[in-house]
Design a protein around this ligand. Structure first.
Ligand SMILES: [Zn+2]
Ligand SMILES: [Zn+2]
Length: 274
């Protein structure tokens, strides 16, 4: 069996090391092995690699990827070898209380990811970061973690669907519960997360006011569906935002910047999500 190459975190805060590890095991029943074509870098991966959230080392992070199925476990009927798929960190057992009540994102099944399929060449177990370990050539994942993709979708773009896009969509549809006709404001101060622009996912044409630090980023926001833009660098930017309409039914802050949260409360106190 071929050993897989991966970017391994041996020490928090140190550069990842490209290593060949132990070959991946043959996928068991109801699991898949996928060869990856692209993996986005989520800030959660960076936080983990910096040690902000602790965890087991060595570890292989990466949790939003796309590729092709290369081996299917016994009894698998949903997917076939060669299928183009998305690989996500969202694992759900389908049987616990959260899964049974329609909340697979908070699946309660206990898992020990350092007891998963990954190990270094010398046999040392490696953490399968966020249950994925996608900073690697191949992964073995569970049924809930892959979704078939159209063959004509570029895989580097598709990979962002596995975390960044669904995070934004979940905030709009599940957390804020937006309905057609409601107005929103997306505050992205300083970070290019265009996929998180709310509103488009709910299938309507609301007023979407983007707030950011530069004209360049506001222009990008408009490309992704924002109807209006406000520079957060203006003094009391909420005045310009409010002048555009009736305020907002929900506010989405997509960065961890304290001024963005404070401003969000000052502008539209009715409701806020992030
Ligand atoms: Zn992520
Ligand atoms: Zn579950």
């Amino acid at each position: 069996m071929q050993k897989i190459r991966a970017a391994v975190c041996h020490e928090f805060g140190a550069p990842l090391e490209h290593r060949r590890g132990r070959p991946l095991p043959t996928p068991g029943p109801a699991s898949w092995r996928c060869k990856l074509a692209a993996c986005a870098v989520c800030h959660s991966d960076i936080f983990y690699a910096q040690g902000a959230w602790g965890g087991y080392l060595p570890a292989i992070y990466g949790h939003e990827a796309a590729g092709h199925v290369t081996r299917v476990g016994a009894g698998v009927i949903d997917y076939a070898e060669g299928d183009t798929v998305l690989v996500t960190f969202m694992r759900s057992c389908g049987q616990c209380a959260s899964c049974a009540t329609g909340h697979p994102g908070t699946c309660q099944k206990p898992r020990k990811y350092h007891e998963g399929p990954l190990a270094l060449a010398d046999g040392t177990p490696a953490e399968q970061g966020l249950g994925s370990g996608c900073f690697a050539e191949k992964v073995v994942v569970e049924p809930s973690q892959i979704v078939k993709l159209p063959d004509d979708l570029p895989l580097d773009v598709a990979s962002t669907l596995a975390c960044g896009v669904i995070t934004g969509v979940g905030a709009v549809v599940n957390t804020a519960g937006l309905r057609p006709g409601q107005d929103v404001r997306g505050d992205r101060r300083g970070r290019r997360r265009a996929e998180r622009h709310p509103g488009r996912a709910a299938g309507r044409r609301p007023r979407i006011v983007a707030v950011d630090m530069t004209e360049e980023k506001l222009a990008i926001a408009r490309d992704f569906g924002a109807t209006d833009g406000v520079l957060a660098t203006e003094e009391k930017p909420w005045r310009a935002a409010k002048a555009m309409g009736r305020g907002a039914d929900a506010v989405f802050v997509t960065v961890g910047a304290i001024p963005a949260y404070d401003t969000r409360c000052a502008i539209w106190p009715r409701r806020a999500s992030w």
